[in-house]
Design a protein around this ligand. Sequence first.
Ligand code: GDP
Length: 425
Amino acid sequence: MVHAVVGANWGDEGKGKITDMLAEQADIVIRFQGGANAGHTIVNEYGKFALHTLPSGVFHQNIMNIIGNGVALDIPKVIDEIKSLTDRNVPAPKLMVSNRAQVVMPYHKDFDAFEEERLGKASFGSTKSGIAPFYSDKFAKIGFEVCELFDDDLLKSKIEKILPEKNCILTEFYHHDPLTVDGLMNTLHEYRDMIAPYVGDVSTYLYDAIKEGKEILLEGQLGTMKDPDHGIYPMVTSSSTLAGYGAVGAGIPPYEIKDIVAVSKAYSSSVGAGDFVSEILDEAKADELRRRGGDGGEYGATTGRPRRMGWYDCVASRYGVRLQGATEVAFTVLDVLGYLDEIPVCVAYEIDGKETKDFPVTPLLNKAKPVYKTLPGWKTDIRGIKKYEDLPENCRNYIEFIEKEIGCPIKYVSNGPSRDDIIVR
Ligand code: GDP
């Protein structure tokens, strides 16, 4: 059976932890989109890790971890990430990389950085991992598939075709040095040798695995609001963050995805630019939540940037959960709110004087003002609680209020960063 774990909001909802927990029952864990531009944080018996491209099953010896065709594959980063695990005594993971995945080229990262620099204040807040130039090239049909790394003639003729355009932009527009065919060939040979041991035919492998009744987990990066089609365009990422894309980005039939867990954090946070309706504008209050948030504060797992903080947004989450097609919600980082006397929850948006519970298109989002309902806090530390009934009443009320607003059962309540800090309802 195929399950998916995806983000209901802006990402950083604690998907890594939920995936790591669900991975315990999985035979296969798959990354199906995105690249090394975001990170999952996982805390387990080996310590605390930030994964960027590796699937969250890498800590389990019995799990096959797959990097699917939909991923932006940064080969040196993947190799470094494997090393960062083995250096800390995690056994070498079982890993398969799709022969149809495409490779993040060194110039993708350069173009990403040069463009952000050029845009200055109007930049997208990109992590400069090359993701947008990578996906642009993929869909412009000038990307490099992993399988192509093994065909020198093909590589060379492709590079010769692509370089004049890249070099024109590099030298004329960004005023940087041009690339050479030999230089790129050498880099791609290095990439080929690094990735060769892991390359496989993923969709065939998964076809067999599904037939054999294996437990398969699709692991999403970021969340609904960052989806290029359904998110807050253009402040989105460059590949689909929706569970539905899991079928495409892994190479399985869509009807095989039976169970979709949307992860939603008990408050909001967002990185990068873009409208964020329930943002906490009082900097002292935002900073307190940021410092207490997550496990060691709300700072980007990849960039270390302070995240923007907000109250829980039922409008965005209801939309986020619906677009994911969630069958259940994992509600995370609830323990962090234990210090608050009362907790505002955004229940509607006011746009041009009218209240709505439907998440708007981006030009209208810009005008949306939050409508808050304030719920009482529970003023206790709920870490360590294992049974739902043992949570304080106000805490259960908070969960049940939000469950009703978002219209999807909250099955998991996460009350701490570790794998076993979880309440299953
Ligand atoms: P992801 O990209 O969705 O995996 O999100 P992050 O990597 O940003 O994870 C959010 C942070 O919250 C990480 O530091 C996790 O260890 C931490 N975390 C996850 N679940 C919980 C929880 O229930 N309580 C607390 N306090 N921290 C959590």
